[in-house]
Design a protein around this ligand. Structure first.
Ligand SMILES: *[C@@H]1O[C@H](CO)[C@@H](O)[C@H](O)[C@H]1NC(C)=O
Ligand SMILES: *[C@@H]1O[C@H](CO)[C@@H](O)[C@H](O)[C@H]1NC(C)=O
Ligand SMILES: *[C@@H]1O[C@H](CO)[C@@H](O)[C@H](O)[C@H]1NC(C)=O
Ligand SMILES: *[C@@H]1O[C@H](CO)[C@@H](O)[C@H](O)[C@H]1NC(C)=O
Ligand SMILES: *[C@@H]1O[C@H](CO)[C@@H](O)[C@H](O)[C@H]1NC(C)=O
Length: 309
C-alpha cells in the first residue's frame, strides 16, 4: 500500500509538464518550403498552415515582409501597392495560410512571414519563407572542336522549387531534335553546323534566356585552287593570279607550293610577267591549329608568244 502511493506521486507533475509542452507547440505556422526559388514572371504558391489553441478566435491574418525590431505591428502585404494586384490569399481563417504571388520580379526576392491575431494573442511564423526570383542563363563552353561532346546547361541562380520544362533554340529557331535531358542540351560529336547563338526557355513561365554564342572550331577542309586571271590561255608576260579557298575555323594560314617547293603565302598568289619557267603544278596548303590540308594541283601551262603568232 505505502509503496504504491509513493510511486504514484510523481505522475501529476509529469502530466502537468506534458500539458505545458503541448500548449506551447499549439501556436505555430508551418511553411511547405523555407526557401523558394522561382523564375521571373512566374507565379509562386507558398503552402502554409497555422495552428493555435482551441478556443481562440482569429481576428486578423495576413502576410508581411517586414518585421520591426520594437515589435510594432508589421504592414499587411495585401495593402502594399507593389503587391496588392498580384497577391491572392488561398487560405482560410482556420488553419490554411497558403498564398499565391504572380508575375514575380527580382524585387520580390525577400523574406515573407505569415502573421495572425486572435482576440487574446498574436503570432508571427518565424523564421519565414525566403523567396528568390531568378532568370535563365545558358552555360556553354565558348569554343569547342568538331567531334567533341558538348553539353549546354540552362541555369538559374538557385534550384527551382517547381518543375520546369526546358526548350532550346539555335539562332532563334526551336531545336526539335530531342537531344536534351532535364536542363541540359547534349550535342554529341558536335558538327560545324551546330555553331550559333543558343538560348533556352521555360515555356510555362514565358521566360527565355539571353543568347550565348557557341563557336565550333575545325581543321581545314574543301581546300581548292582557282585561277582568277587570266580567264583563258596563259601567255608569257601575263599577270596571273591564283586563289586558295578553304573551310576552316579559326581562319587558316595559306601557303603555296610549286612542285613541292614553297613559293609564297596568303590566300592570293600572284605572278606578274609570267614566263615559261613558271609552268608547272601548283598547290596550296591550308593550315590552322587543328590540322592542315593540301588542295588538288592546278597546272599552269605558259605559252610562248611565238607559238601564238
Ligand atoms: C509574363 O507572363 C505572362 C503570362 O503569364 C505574359 O503574358 C507576359 O507577357 C509575361 N511578361 C514578360 C515581361 O515576359
Ligand atoms: C490550403 O489551401 C490550398 C489552396 O486552396 C490547398 O491547395 C492546400 O491543399 C491547402 N492545404 C491544406 C493543408 O489543407
Ligand atoms: C561522346 O559520347 C558518346 C556517347 O556517350 C561516346 O560513345 C563517345 O565516345 C563520346 N565522344 C567523345 C569524343 O568523348
Ligand atoms: C510572352 O512574353 C512576350 C513578351 O515578353 C509576349 O509578347 C508574349 O505574348 C508572351 N507569350 C505568352 C504565351 O504569354
Ligand atoms: C571562333 O574561335 C576562333 C578561335 O579562337 C576564332 O578565331 C574565331 O574568330 C571564332 N569565330 C567566331 C564566329 O566567333
Amino acid at each position: 500500500m505505502v509503496m504504491s502511493i509513493r510511486m504514484a506521486s510523481p505522475l501529476p507533475l509529469i502530466f502537468l509538464l506534458m500539458i505545458y509542452e503541448v500548449s506551447g507547440a499549439d501556436w505555430g505556422v508551418s511553411y511547405s518550403h523555407s526557401q523558394i526559388c522561382a523564375l521571373k514572371n512566374s507565379s509562386v504558391t507558398i503552402y502554409c498552415t497555422y495552428t493555435y489553441p482551441t478556443g481562440h478566435q482569429i481576428k486578423k491574418n495576413f502576410w508581411t515582409k517586414t518585421l520591426f525590431k520594437d515589435n510594432a505591428e508589421p504592414p499587411d502585404l495585401s495593402e502594399d501597392p507593389g503587391y496588392s494586384q498580384r497577391l491572392q490569399y488561398l487560405g482560410d481563417k482556420q488553419e490554411n495560410c497558403t498564398i499565391r504571388l504572380s508575375h514575380v520580379t527580382q524585387k520580390d526576392s525577400q523574406m515573407y512571414y505569415f502573421r495572425f491575431i486572435t482576440e487574446k494573442d498574436k503570432w508571427t511564423g518565424k523564421p519565414g519563407v525566403s523567396l528568390t526570383v531568378t532568370d535563365l542563363q545558358v552555360e556553354s563552353p565558348e569554343r569547342v572542336t568538331e567531334g567533341q561532346n558538348v553539353s549546354l546547361t540552362c541555369k538559374s541562380s538557385c534550384a527551382l522549387t517547381d518543375r520546369a520544362t526546358y526548350a532550346w533554340y539555335r539562332n532563334s529557331q526551336p531545336l526539335t531534335e530531342r537531344r536534351d535531358r532535364n536542363n541540359q542540351l547534349l550535342l554529341q560529336s558536335v558538327r560545324r553546323e551546330d555553331a550559333g547563338r543558343y538560348s533556352c526557355a521555360v515555356q510555362e513561365h514565358n521566360l527565355t534566356s539571353p543568347e550565348v554564342q557557341l563557336n565550333v572550331t575545325f581543321e581545314p577542309s574543301s581546300v581548292s585552287v582557282s585561277i582568277i586571271s587570266p580567264s583563258g590561255e596563259i601567255v608569257e608576260g601575263d599577270s596571273v593570279t591564283l586563289s586558295c579557298s578553304s573551310d576552316s575555323n579559326p581562319t587558316a594560314e595559306i601557303s603555296w607550293f610549286k612542285e613541292g617547293t614553297f613559293v609564297g603565302s596568303g590566300s592570293i598568289y600572284s605572278i606578274s610577267k609570267i614566263s615559261s619557267d613558271h609552268s608547272g603544278e601548283y598547290k596550296c596548303k591550308s593550315r590552322n591549329n587543328h590540322g592542315e590540308k593540301y588542295s588538288d594541283a592546278v597546272t599552269l601551262n605558259v605559252m610562248c608568244e611565238l607559238m601564238i603568232v
